[in-house]
Design a protein around this ligand. Sequence first.
Ligand code: 1GP
Length: 227
Amino acid sequence: MLLPYDEWRHVFKLDPAKEIEETTLAAIATSGTDAIIVGGTDDITLDATLDLLMRLRRYPVAVALEISELEAATMGFDTYLTPSVLNSGTLEYLVEKQVEALQEVGHMLAHADLVGEGYIVLNPDAKVAHVTKAKVLQDEEVVAYAQLADSVFRLPIVYLEYSGVYGNPEVVAGVKDVVRQARLFYGGGIDSVERAREMFRYADTIVVGNIIYEDLKAALATVEATR
Ligand code: 1GP
């Protein structure tokens, strides 16, 4: 059975802009992970997205599209995630891109599983931080942002995005304490069982990205930490 987002404990994130060999893709898709998110920050094309979707559909695993590039939005995914960067320095990445996307493909997604993600971008050196002009946050601010996303905006997912670096477990623990209804996603720098286990202590769902392309064995090992 394909799991809905609120039951995901472990997720792999694949970037359509990056090449991935068939054997690697097969290993990721059959690893026991709960879902695969297709998403990235730039150079996302419809062709590459469709290609990845087609290849992944051969396996019994949930596949979600994170809609960051309007051009790449296409039917066929189990879930559609719409990221809003809450600490973005520009409205563009908070609501404007989302509105633009929904104007174009909203009708197509009317009956799809469309799920909002409240992103809190926490690695100032990450590409996503540059693109979205993310404000650098103090630890207490992170917790307040998460509370706003969860209790005020009632977003279904609060996503602590450290993309490229391993975050501060204490911050994740602090956020966990205030989140009441949202699913807490953590992503960034998970490259070992130990790190996966540590973040999974606080996050409901851990997202593993980069390491897939660097050390497949280490990437696969992270699944076990959530079982
Ligand atoms: C990126 O949160 C994910 O959007 C995962 O981060 O690539 O650092 O694993 P890493």
